[in-house]
Design a protein around this ligand. Structure first.
Ligand SMILES: [Zn+2]
Length: 197
């Protein structure tokens, strides 16, 4: 059985079209953190052309969710489709779950932007503290205690305002499940910490 959509080897004009689509899509920012783009966060994985059975070509935009059930993903898919349509491009969104997204995919530039925005960027290195699939988060949460803290709690989280490492976690779940709420004990400002996973 022939698949409806088959990826094709890109010709020069196709590569040019893909490059233009990338340029467009690079303007898309995260719905929750508007200072960083989807590409910088590692959510936007690939842009390719695929031909359907009738010979027409359409773009396939590959995205990987930050975590399963992330409420922003529907918004991100809509944003991608709307941007393509607004520029007269045919396209669809392909969600790719493997390999799973990790905060290590966030570019250094984006981490700097997060800090400037007031969010402490994640330490590199996954501790899978933030998975919210099935019972995993409950099990991991229950397993955590003062004598068995998550890995990220062993590392100081510098205040994005004043750089002090004299900070404390005030809520393990901040404005979203993937952020923890911290407070700086020097400048007293509360801030979000993007938890690594
Ligand atoms: Zn501070």
């Amino acid at each position: 059985m022939t698949p409806a959509i088959t990826a094709t080897t890109s010709s020069a004009p196709q590569q040019s079209a893909i490059a233009q689509a990338w340029l467009l899509l690079e303007s898309l920012t995260d719905p929750e953190i508007p200072v960083v783009t989807l590409r910088e966060l590692g959510i936007l994985r690939d842009v390719r052309l695929a031909s359907s059975n009738d010979g027409s070509e359409q773009f396939e935009v590959v995205i990987t969710p930050t975590y399963s059930g992330c409420p922003a993903m529907g918004q991100i898919e809509d944003d991608v489709r709307n941007l393509l349509n607004a520029n007269g491009l045919q396209g669809r969104v392909v969600t790719q779950l493997a390999p799973a997204w990790t905060t290590d995919w966030i570019t250094q530039e984006a981490k700097d932007k997060l800090r400037a925005y007031g969010i402490a960027p994640p330490h590199s290195g996954a501790d899978h503290d933030c998975l919210t699939q099935g019972n995993t988060s409950i099990v991991q949460f229950a397993a955590r205690s003062a004598s068995n803290p998550g890995r990220h709690e062993l590392l100081a989280v510098p205040c994005p305002q004043c750089d002090s490492e004299n900070t404390t976690e005030t809520s393990h779940f901040g404005s979203t499940a993937c952020k923890a709420l911290y407070r700086c004990l020097d400048c007293m400002e509360p801030f979000d910490y993007f938890k690594p996973y």
